[in-house]
Each structure stands twice: as C-alpha cells, then as structure tokens.
Design a binder for this molecule. Structure first.
Ligand SMILES: Nc1ncnc2c1ncn2[C@@H]1O[C@H](COP(=O)(O)OP(=O)(O)OP(=O)(O)O)[C@@H](O)[C@H]1O
Ligand SMILES: [Mg+2]
Length: 399
C-alpha cells in the first residue's frame, strides 16, 4: 500500500448507528460517536460492556450488523482491515520472537516497501526510549519494554488512528503510571488520534481529553474527565468513575437556585443547575472527598448540607488519605475521604461525628429512582456498586 494512505496527522473517527449482534447476543446497541482528529479518547467500562468489540469493528476485524464507520470522512465500513489507516496495540503484544527489536519495528515498513525502514524504526524506538536495546530479542526485555516495542511498531506506520486495547494491562502499578504519562506525551508529540480502551478509571482520566463511559453496549456519558467526575449523570457513572454517596428522596421545595430533597427526614439541598430532575423522586449524590468530618455538631450554615450525628463504623488508612465509613440513622452509610493532615485518623471507630458539604458540590442524577434498581434503605454506596456489578454479571451469564 502507498504511504500516502497513511497520515502524518490524526483523522476523525465517526461511528454512525453502529450495532453489533452476535448469535443470541447484542454486544453493541446503537452507537453514535465522533472522535475529533488528534484527540486522545478513552472508552471506559466494565468487563463485557463491548469495548474490544468496538475496537475490532473500527479495525475491520469484525463487521457491524448495522451502521457506518468513517475515518477522516471516508466510509470504511466494508473495507479490509489492512486498507484502513488504523493500527492496533493489543494487550498481548505479539512481538515476533525470532526477530530483534529493531526488525520487529521495521517489519511493517519493509512489507509495505517504504523507504528507509531502519532509520524510521530507530526513530520510533527513540520515541519510546528503547533505541539502546534495538539489537535485543523480545525475550530479553521486561514486560514493560515489550509493551513499548509494540507501541513503537504501531507508531512507526503513522496510522491516522491508533487503537489501544488495554495495552497497559500486564504492567505493575508503578510502570503503568509511568507508561500512561509516556503514552500521553507521545500522543501530543505525534498528533495522531488515539482511541484507548480500558477498565481502569484512573488511567482513563489521567490520559484522555475525552472519556466515554460505556455500559452494556451503550455510552452512558461522555465528556472531559473532570466534567464526568464532578457531574455524573447516572448512578452507573457516579459509581464506576470513582465513588459516590447516593441518596434517594423526594423533592419537597424549589428555591431559585436549589432543590430541597427530603431523604428519610433529612433535608438536603442540591443546586438546580446540577440536578437533572426537579420534582418527584430523585437520586442525589456527593463525592466522598467533598465531605468534612466534625467531632462536634457544626453550626448550621445556609450554604452547607449537614448530616448527623452518626457513628464511625470503619476507618481505613491508605497513606495520603483516610476513608471513614459513617452510619447515619435512617440514611445508611456515608463514605468520607479525608486528607491525612495530622498523624493518625481524626476520629476512631465508634466516634460520634457529623458530616457536612458545600451545597455547590452536590449533584442530581438523571435516573428515575422508580425504575432504577432499588437498594436496601441503609445500603452504602460500595454495596450499590457491588449490586450493579452482580446484576451485570447475571445478565451476561444469562445471555
Ligand atoms: N464472537 C462472539 N460471539 C458471541 N458473543 C461475543 C463474541 N465476542 C464478544 N462477545 C460478547 O460481547 C460482549 C462484549 O465483549 P467485548 O469483548 O467487547 O467486551 P469488553 O468490554 O472488551 O470486555 P473486557 O473488559 O473483559 O475485555 C461480551 O458479553 C462478550 O461475551
Ligand atoms: Mg476487551
């Protein structure tokens, strides 16, 4: 294939009404997605939600049941995989064991009869900081180094679109973080379009300009990482992307700026602008790090919500922060993350405490609590997340 078919810069990827049915199972419902050229886009979701299937459709390894795929404005839906300006880095790197690192990277260029394969391969290896190991065989490299060779091998082709399917899955946490930053730097440097698939929410938020949270073959919410985190639209997003304290109650008043929600006799205010529903039953939430823990009843403040007294039922220390689980009668358990400013926790187990948060930090979900899954009245958010995972699991097994 001529080199002109491969881009020097990224291309838009557009999925229009994509559906993928396997015999007896619909993996992708109805997917519409536009990924602008040069962006770093992360597809985030639990196991089995359809991430790999989406990548395989884009790469041409699978045909959609319905819908179209456009790359750089060109319809590639029926095109053979090798004709598409796309390269994929899979979780298993599949380097050729009998070739050196350099030959592995140069292989694709040689096959496509591109000039200067060796010089170009060295350049790609320099990009991933492995040029000094160019003469080694893959077996003489660590897992992380093999990963970087796989990346160089994909980058050297200058694909308009690079697909990454959990490429850092096999790495230990520290190397993983390091590779995340490197990948991000490389993407900025080469300006290609990256579509990165992961089930690690921290990874998605660190690396991507845009994150799409996928659930059961549908995109639940899409946006900049911070926007998604601060203003989740559904209980699924609120719990999958970090942790949340969620409460279900009834709207009892509307002021000009906030809704007042009665949750088991507690009155909680949520900014109107940050709430999707303004009447009837609603599910509202606040992130654990937005809560303050008080050992004495704090003075009432018009701009704060306050709950308590409750009792600390669990304290877990994690270095930079401590997580407190506070049981509040009638409300269930609330999670509080507190930065460790002092040595040791500020409240021990069984301590009587109050929690408060700035009203501005609350959010109201789009989910209809009447049709959304119901939880035990005192279920904490961890058990809600576990419940959702189990429900998903059961559904997948039944399918
Ligand atoms: N060839 C196939 N035939 C039938 N079902 C399939 C096939 N390939 C995938 N599936 C199903 O489609 C769903 C989505 O699979 P996919 O591989 O896209 O998940 P994923 O989001 O990548 O998950 P993971 O995080 O575990 O890699 C799964 O329920 C899977 O069992
Ligand atoms: Mg997968």
């Amino acid at each position: 294939m001529a080199i002109s078919e491969f881009a020097e810069s990224g291309a838009d990827l557009e999925l229009v009404g994509i559906q993928k049915r396997f015999p007896g199972f619909t993996a992708i419902e109805n997917l519409d997605l536009v990924i602008p050229a040069g962006s770093f886009f992360a597809l985030l979701g639990p196991s089995g939600c359809g991430k790999t299937t989406t990548l395989r459709l884009v790469a041409g390894l699978e045909d959609p049941t319905a819908g179209q795929i456009l790359i750089g404005g060109r319809d590639v839906t029926g095109q053979k995989p090798f004709k598409r300006p796309v390269n994929t880095v899979f979780q298993s790197y599949a380097l050729f064991p009998h070739m050196t690192v350099l030959e592995n990277v140069a292989f694709g260029l040689r096959r496509r009869k591109i000039a200067d394969p060796v010089a170009k391969a060295h350049e790609a290896l320099r990009l991933v900081e492995l040029d000094h190991l160019a003469t080694r065989k893959p077996i003489q490299l660590s897992g992380g180094q093999q990963q970087r060779v796989a990346l160089a091998r994909a980058l050297v082709n200058r694909p308009a679109l690079l697909l990454l399917d959990e490429p850092l899955g096999a790495l230990d946490l520290k190397l993983r973080r390091q590779m995340q930053l490197e990948l991000k730097t490389i993407q900025v440097e080469v300006g290609l379009t990256f579509l990165h698939v992961t089930h690690d929410q921290e990874e998605a938020m660190t690396m991507a300009d845009t994150v799409a949270v996928m659930n059961k073959g549908r995109i639940e919410q899409m946006g900049a990482p911070q926007q998604l985190y601060e203003l989740p639209k559904t209980a699924f997003v609120a719990n999958f992307l970090g942790q949340s304290n969620l409460f279900t109650g009834t709207v009892v008043a509307n002021t000009s700026t906030a809704i007042a929600v009665d949750v088991a006799g507690h009155r909680i205010l949520v900014p109107t602008q940050r709430s999707h529903r303004h009447a009837g039953d609603v599910t509202i939430g606040v992130r654990p790090e937005k809560l303050s823990l008080h050992l004495d009843a704090p003075a009432e403040r018009a701009d704060h919500n306050m709950l308590g007294p409750g009792r600390v039922i669990d304290v877990s220390f994690s270095g930079v922060s401590t997580q407190y689980l506070v049981a509040i009668p009638g409300l269930g358990n609330v999670i509080v993350f507190a930065q460790n400013m002092a040595f040791g926790p500020v409240a021990g187990e069984n301590a009587e405490v109050w929690v408060s948060w700035n009203i501005e930090h609350g959010f109201g979900l789009e989910d209809d609590p009447a049709t959304a899954p119901r939880f035990e009245p005192d279920a904490d958010t961890r058990s809600i997340a576990a419940h959702q995972r189990d429900a998903l699991q059961t559904e997948l097994e039944e399918a």
